[in-house]
Design a protein around this ligand. Sequence first.
Ligand SMILES: [Zn+2]
Length: 152
Amino acid sequence: MPNGQPPLTLKLGIKSQWVCDLCSRVIESDKDGMLEWDSYFIEDDKIVRENFRIVHGRWMQGCSKNRPTDKLADGHLHWYTGSDGLHKSLEMLKRPNLNIDEFLEITKRLHVDYYEEARQLFDIARENADFDYEEEHVPEEELIRLIRKYGN
Ligand SMILES: [Zn+2]
């Protein structure tokens, strides 16, 4: 194996499993999840889109945390995965009053190898003064390093 490294042990399938933002359990497939956000008017013609989150579908048992439904907007998670999902996500960036930082984080989680697994470890690595990236590009080798060091 390359570099004599032991095989990488992952808890989540790459770009195929996610941690639910409501219950913190694994979403086993993009068919089991939803992309949700809050969407509401702040003026007659001005809609805000924010609080983007990846969650279990409401048809999945055991994930029943309440979220406000009066301003809920959502789409099936599998609409946003894969090449076509990336294309759809990129087009969504054109929408006005979209929380760009949140949406980019969601897009990284859905489309960047190792990102969803490694992001669970950012806080512990920061506590160890071992990770000083903020909202910026984290090289893939750094994501893998975190998983190797903190992922078990
Ligand atoms: Zn959940």
